[in-house]
Design a protein around this ligand. Sequence first.
Ligand SMILES: [Zn+2]
Length: 455
Amino acid sequence: MPDSYRQGRCGMASPTVNDMTSLLEHPRTTRPEHPDQPGDRNTFSFETTTRLPDSADGKGRGGARYGRTGVIHTPHGDIKTPAFVPVATQAAMKAVLPEQMRELGAQCLLSNAFHLFERPGEDVLDEAGGLGRFMNWDGPTFTDSGGFQVLSLGAGFKKTLAMDVKGMKSDDVIAKGKERLAFVDEDGVTFKSPLNGSEHRFSAEISMGIQHKIGADIMFAFDELTTLMNTRGYQERSVERTFRWARRCVAEHQRLTQERIGKPYQALYGVVQGANYEDLRRHAAQQIASLDFDGVGIGGAIEKRVIGDTCAWICDEMPESRPRHVLGIAAVDDIFACVENGGDTFDCVAPARTGRNGAIYTRDGRYNIKRAAFKHDFGPLEEGCDCYACTHYSRAYIDHLLRAHELNGFTLATIHNERFFVKLLDDIRAAIDGGYFDEFRDESLARFYANGSRG
Ligand SMILES: [Zn+2]
């Protein structure tokens, strides 16, 4: 986009005739350089900038730590890593426009293949020119495979995976009073739509077909996600099944890349499962490393105490050149543990979801804005925060909006929380590059958890 047009929007200069023409032609579109060719795989790559120095505790390869900064190059731009990836589930951040996400520093967004398949349908996104174009986001995008949503129907249709394993051994645990909505077989998953009860199939090939039409820069292979309640035997069988599905995903992805000419290259990450078991995680990582994936997703239910180790086990078995995405975490201590042990990108819905309920993240922990104490507090959500909510609005006002169920309250709380996580990862990146990661981690964690804060 010409600079003069940008200035025109700000009232600093008028757009010229040429600029208006380019506006009509949708200047934000990434036009394929070779309309008659398949997507060029060289447009996706990862390069390391700074590696964390070795640590004394012996983790990783001979004490080497896997934490690093780097850049993921995609057809829609670069992602400086480590990076937080906000979740725009249905091609939308709830209550926040993509322009506002860009303004608060988000580099990329992740949407959900399953939800977009259900509504509006992947053909609509294909017709629109892909996910980014559809939602007016010109940066890099991710889609998850739909596996999490489909399988969570089987685990009782909960929003999150059950982590309380006490006294539970069954492979058929269903939340009380819920109907099982998903059934796994060798070929894929049959499930009932939570929207209208209609029956659908998901498989490796179907997930790849949907994700290619959605058109995100980074996609994930269709995997079976287990919970910590599943038995060891089930986890073993599931890891093998996920490997067979991963192979089929790669084959279908390569076929679709060749077939869908004139589209930007879409990268495919394989997902490593294996719950809390070191041997299973290593085995699954070797399997995924043996296939022609562009990156790796670290998935499934992981107990907090082994989350850093799990990343390190997987990095042990993986080529360094592949970027590593940790799926669905946003506890501050987990993020530090995962970054230190090799995680490059992180997504989670928690900042937005909890923000809509009034939970506000700050460097001094998480608090609830709807506490009575804030009714007359005209200070910002967090002193010193540079986000739009904190520089323009007070706690008292945001508290009022949320109590009154005014949608602007969702907007402001979400902007602040997303800024918190985007900036946390920006600061971590600066700390690794600047050689002060350990000090920054210790100081940040001590401060965040000083008051017994959760999150
Ligand atoms: Zn703020």
